[in-house]
Design a protein around this ligand. Structure first.
Ligand SMILES: [Zn+2]
Length: 86
């Protein structure tokens, strides 16, 4: 009796692990798609809310950052580490 219960728990945990892996793999590209389409994002330099699809962008460490203007983008490009939260 005890053995079968722990087997069920193990199977349950394995299923949860597989499910959460699969979900994160499916969710990631979807989220990126929404990000670049019509999501409102924050300019990391001046903290202004801007529409992702209407903003200036740059890619740093494989992440796309959005800016309200060319001057904010230039500030970021000059010192990206200053504006990127780790
Ligand atoms: Zn800005």
């Amino acid at each position: 009796m005890k053995k079968s219960i722990s087997a069920i728990i193990l199977i349950g945990l394995a299923t949860i692990a597989v499910k959460s892996n699969a979900t994160s793999m499916i969710d990631a590209p979807k989220t990126n798609l929404i990000d670049s389409a019509k999501k409102v994002v924050t300019d990391p330099v001046c903290k202004m809310k801007i529409k992702a699809n209407a903003s200036k962008t740059t890619i740093y460490n494989k992440v796309t950052y959005n800016f309200c203007s060319e001057s904010c983008k230039q500030k970021f490009v000059a010192e990206p580490a200053k504006y990127v939260k780790k």
